[in-house]
Design a protein around this ligand. Structure first.
Ligand SMILES: [Zn+2]
Length: 88
């Protein structure tokens, strides 16, 4: 079990929010969902964090919102590769 030190790292919102590929073809409601609607689970959540007092890179963390348990962390490019592999 490990914890993020919030003095060194900044929460940067839910991860894996896909921008619509052709925004002009998305309804206003779907565009609003893309911009504003986020999950707020009790339990495992996939989040973006930034090493704000270090290299300033963003990365993806699977974290429990209950007790801050970190299940995994990945570079942004690793996460994108994993998503692409799941699609194919
Ligand atoms: Zn860093």
């Amino acid at each position: 079990m490990s914890y993020l030190e919030e003095e060194d790292y900044s929460y940067a919102g839910e991860a894996l929010i896909a921008r619509p590929s052709i925004p002009e073809e998305v309804s206003d409601e779907d565009w609003g969902d893309y911009l504003f609607m986020r999950k707020n689970p009790k339990g495992k959540h996939i989040e973006q964090w930034q090493h704000s007092s270090g290299c300033r890179k963003f990365f993806v963390v699977e974290r429990s919102t209950i007790d801050n348990t970190i299940y995994s962390s990945h570079k942004m490019c690793e996460t994108q590769n994993r998503l692409n592999n799941e699609k194919s």
